[in-house]
Design a protein around this ligand. Structure first.
Ligand code: FAD
Length: 475
């Protein structure tokens, strides 16, 4: 019986895991997670959330008689040492697509192969590999709708069953997860944020099941209303691979098939829209693969000199702390601070306010999200910021400046979302709104009695200034 190592990264699950399946065919399986530089460089919240996921995944493996081995250091060294220790001939992993991971993985693959090991990377993070979907001319897609149509016409492979995993004859040593202190940069009340996390594969599967059983039918109508539980909440789990995109897709497809067969159950619009949203995630990876500069520089040409403010300022701090004086903007930022996620509509509004009304460089917002979101995703975050800032893949670029007041009227008409997250000016604030003050660092010096600020930017003036900057750039 041979031994195969599976290098676990953002794939904390046992089902639909092609690398585990391939390794299980070799014989005994040794799963390892490596705390390397890229893990160390993660923002505070994603790193902390990864730690929760690793603990849960480790438990899931233990119930199957396996262990998750934890090691720190350079992955090539760690994997070759581990291979010698356990007598492994094979190493498997699921691919990542951001440029830093690609560079690392390419070097690791070459190094391990040079040592005589069989090394295989597998698809598993997406529905399709970013290079598999191409235009008729063989190019990549730059616009979402044709990309969606292309994906819709393809067959998404069925999710793989959990393999039967055999342990090695003896387990190698492992570091202790708590010694890594993955939460040490959470200068906010991690115990407050923890209440809002749904961790692990079983929880993710339940979440998907509940969404498909109870909410997918109304998804199209409800998904934009900030106060409603109209969306799946799965981004947190997809981010660390506690569920696969294929499993989500097939659950959505099955709901769509049911709707087609029996329209009395639900219309097709809900499931169809859910599939479209999953494909936005795909599109983000497609763009990142073909145009990796999307992570760091304006995606569109001609934006290099746009006069965004890139310095640290009082206004930026006010935005980060949910104190712009614009209730929908502040509610979104506070929701993120307390829960680790933010409603998609609110993400668009806070991003538009920062990059347009405040004229602050979208990269500062992107970095703040990367530090605060427990569902942080390198590709979706970059695409989302560029899309809203106007320099990304959007057909209606800079002119679309979200007016946060109109957005609130349309998407939080009863004010329930704002009331949920903003305590000031309320006689009897909601517990959620108060919990913001438990979550924030003491250094911010805020509590519910500090008066709510007046608007830091006049909305009409901010809009006019943004449009003038755009016209000047075009000129
Ligand atoms: C400025 C900005 C930053 C963002 N940063 C992130 C991020 O770091 N991580 C992240 O997962 N999403 C990000 N998004 C996309 C989106 O806001 C979240 O995916 C969504 O709010 C997650 O909630 P949900 O799981 O309930 O989504 P649902 O509405 O239930 O959608 C199902 C799944 O589809 C995918 N999806 C939905 N909308 C989008 C979208 N616009 N772009 C890409 N994928 C999408 C997600 O994987 C999501 O879990 C960002 C959007 C913006 C505008």
């Amino acid at each position: 019986m041979g031994v195969a190592i599976v290098w676990i990264r953002r794939d904390l699950r046992l089902s639909d895991h092609p690398a585990l399946v391939a390794a299980s065919l070799a014989g005994a399986v040794v799963p390892v997670f490596i705390r390397d530089d890229l893990v160390d460089q993660l923002g505070a919240a994603p790193k902390w959330r990864l730690g929760l996921g690793l603990a849960q995944f480790s438990k899931a493996l233990e119930t199957r008689g396996l262990r998750l081995i934890l090691r720190s250091g350079d992955p090539l060294k760690v994997l070759s040492t581990l291979a010698q220790e356990v007598g492994a001939e094979q190493v498997h992993w699921i691919r990542a697509y951001d440029p830093d991971s690609v560079a690392r993985d390419t070097a690791v693959k070459a190094g391990l192969k040079a040592q005589g090991l069989r090394v295989e990377s597998h698809a598993g993070h997406l529905l399709f590999e970013p290079w598999e979907v191409a235009t008729r001319q063989g190019n990549f897609y730059q616009v979402y709708t044709p990309y969606w149509k292309a994906v819709r016409a393809l067959d998404v492979g069925a999710p793989l069953a959990e393999p039967r995993l055999q342990p090695p004859a003896a387990w190698p040593a492992s570091e202790a997860l708590h010694s890594w202190q993955l939460g040490r940069h959470m200068h906010r009340g991690a115990e407050v944020v923890a209440r809002h996390q749904t961790v692990g594969e079983a929880a993710a599967r339940d979440r998907l099941g509940r969404f498909v059983d109870q909410r997918i039918g109304q998804y199209k109508e409800r998904r934009d209303f900030c106060a409603q539980a109209g969306t799946s909440g799965l981004s947190e789990n997809l981010a660390v691979g506690e569920i696969s995109a294929r499993s989500c897709w097939h659950a959505g497809r099955a709901a769509l098939d049911r709707a087609v067969l029996d329209p009395a159950i639900m219309g097709t619009a809900g499931p169809e829209t859910f599939l479209k949203e999953l494909v936005w995630r795909e599109f983000a990876y497609h763009l990142m693969w073909h145009t990796p500069h999307i992570l760091t520089a304006p995606w569109r040409e001609g934006w290099a000199d746009f006069p965004w403010h890139s310095g640290i300022s009082e206004n930026l701090a006010a935005w980060q702390q949910g104190r712009t004086g614009v209730p929908l903007v502040d509610a979104g930022l506070r929701e993120m601070y307390v829960t680790g996620t933010m409603h998609n509509r609110a993400r668009m509004v806070v991003a538009s306010y920062l990059s347009k009304h405040m004229l602050v460089d979208w990269r500062l917002g992107q970095a703040w999200f990367a530090d605060c979101l427990t569902d942080w995703d390198v590709a979706s975050n970059a695409m989302g910021w560029q899309w809203v800032a106007g320099c990304g893949p959007d057909a209606a670029p800079f002119f679309r400046i979200f007016n946060p007041v109109t957005q609130q009227k349309n998407f939080d008409p009863t004010g329930a979302y704002v009331t949920r997250w903003i305590a000031e000016r309320q006689r009897d604030p909601a517990e959620t709104a108060l919990s913001f003050f438990d979550a924030i660092p003491r250094a911010w010096g805020l509590n519910a009695t500090v008066p709510y600020p007046t608007e830091i930017v006049d909305l009409a003036q901010g809009r006019a200034r943004a449009l003038a900057a755009y016209q000047a750039m075009r000129g």
